[in-house]
Unconditional design. Structure first.
Length: 63
């Protein structure tokens, strides 16, 4: 599982969202729409993605 990566792309704005959702996007390294960040696949990142699942798209990238 550690060799898999997740490509997270912001597709919707954080304007008007709850503070914890804005903070989660920032922690994922996302601040603009269509900005992408790549993370190792682990439960902590999966939990963060779950918090903002309506604002991002996720692709699994095998490395």
């Amino acid at each position: 599982m550690a060799d898999k990566k997740l490509k997270v792309t912001q597709v919707r704005s954080a304007i008007g969202r709850k503070q914890n959702q804005r903070a989660t996007l920032k922690s994922l390294g996302l601040r603009k729409i269509r900005q992408t960040a790549e993370w190792d696949d682990n439960p902590q990142i999966r939990g963060m993605i779950n918090t903002v699942r309506h604002l991002v798209t996720v692709e699994e990238v095998g490395s």
